[in-house]
Design a protein around this ligand. Structure first.
Ligand code: GSH
Length: 218
């Protein structure tokens, strides 16, 4: 039986969960929080930074959300692969996965960590710098998404798993400008996808923990 260590509110766990739901894989979810110290201890052991998600499948451990998705493509579920089998096509999926992780999630994380610090330890430039990085990424993504339904390869896949969590949370920290119609439409399309709607719903009880939430809804 596949086991996934994670937390329902943790952005990168969404990436793995969306793929598990899309592929109809049965798994046991192991909550990583203070009430489950044994799971905290396990993730510390499983990866260099003690982060989650971490997937355990028998003797095999897979860390890093994108690697988990590629592992599921090979070993679990009947749906078409989330990363195309053709390595030439897979380049676009991996490119967009990295764009969402590196240019949305990374600056957003800097904003979140800064906001979580005690007031006197906050970097006064962090929010503006990360916000500028997000604005540049939004503008680039607006061009990229114009005329596309999904972020890569004309099919829902790895890139959209990353896009779902990145656009969901980034928009809370730094609203996507109204004029980016293609990007707003893509975010809306993601939010009604059943696998994505499910992770959003499962995370609702922890929403108040997000320190930068500028929006009341979605
Ligand atoms: N590159 C990793 C990032 C994982 C990550 O940042 N996980 C966060 C939760 S969303 C985490 O473990 N945070 C707790 C910590 O860093 O101690 C991936 O893609 O899985």
């Amino acid at each position: 039986m596949v086991k996934l260590y994670g937390h329902p509110f943790a952005a990168y766990c969404w990436k793995a969960l969306i793929a598990l739901y899309e592929r109809g894989v049965s798994f046991t979810f192991l909550m990583v929080d203070a009430e489950h110290p044994e799971n905290l201890e396990a993730v510390r052991r499983l990866g260099p930074a003690g982060q989650f998600p971490a997937l355990v499948d028998g003797q095999r451990t897979v860390i890093e959300s994108a690697a988990i998705i590629e592992y599921l493509d090979l070993y679990h579920g009947d749906a078409p692969p989330m990363t195309p089998r053709d390595p030439r096509a897979a380049i676009e999926a991996r490119q967009m996965d990295s764009v969402f992780d590196d240019y949305l999630m990374a600056p957003l994380s800097r904003m979140v960590f800064n906001a979580l610090r005690d007031e006197e330890l906050r970097d006064p430039l962090a929010e503006a710098e990360a916000g500028g990085a997000l604005d540049r990424a939004y503008a680039w993504l607006e061009q990229w998404m114009a005329g596309r339904t999904w972020a890569a390869n004309d099919a829902f896949g790895l890139a959209d798993c990353a896009g779902a969590l990145a656009l969901f949370y980034a928009h809370w920290g730094r609203p996507i400008p109204q004029e980016h119609a293609a990007l707003h439409a893509y975010r809306a399309r993601l939010l009604v996808r059943p696998s994505v709607a499910r992770v959003v719903d499962e995370a609702r009880p922890w929403r108040a923990n997000f320190p930068l939430k500028r929006f009341a809804a979605d």
